[in-house]
Design a binder for this molecule. Sequence first.
Ligand code: ZN
Length: 256
Amino acid sequence: MLKYKPATNFQLVFFVFLTGVFFLINPRVQAQFMGPEAYIDREGVWKSKFIAVCWEQKPDKYIDQRRFVREAVATYIGSEGGNSKYIFLETEEGVWPECNKDNHVPGIWIKIRDITPRSQVGRQYVRDAAGNKLKLKGEPQSLPTRMILNFEFEQTVSVKNLCFRSGLNLKECIEVVAVHEFLHALSFLHEQLRSDADPECKELWERKRDVIGYDPDFAETDYDPDSIMNYCGDIYKSPIQLSNTDKHMLIKIMEF
Ligand SMILES: [Zn+2]
């Protein structure tokens, strides 16, 4: 019968060393040790780089404004501008189509309304009252991530005033708001919600109802006053500016 020779101390030490090297070079293991460098909801991170986007209204109105949004998102968030690998799917005509209400494929569904723009944070799932994902045949059931964008700002003058005060015109205002909302849709939370945010800033926003996510995480990283997700900074910069941390996170988030 074949018998294995007992390992020497040297062989055991070498084996432990090799295992350590494997864990350090394996990107999946690295992802577990590497903290995100912004404030995100880990539960909402999209697992695929391809994300469908559609409009809830018919395509005959706001043609230019829809294009401003699509181009700004491609430039500042999508793979075109190089800040991430996310690809926001377009039709062959190079537009985002009208949403198919009968087919709730996971994606970002945009409604155009003259109210305060907003977006659900990250990918959405059917949940029970306690917030647990409900499963069907062992798989969590997806829902569209709903977003509202504003192309008029006639009823919501405050947003327009913030843009204008920072020197933005209406087109740039539509673009910067869209970039902010799309980062929410990719699971970014407001930076001022972090426990280590500037106390004065936190106090200012403490009583405002806000989404805190299902699994909010910023690990050991620092609060980022320059984030486009930080209401206490100037998010309405012209030209649009993602902070270095925002950009870093857009790449890192895909490893989660
Ligand atoms: Zn926001």
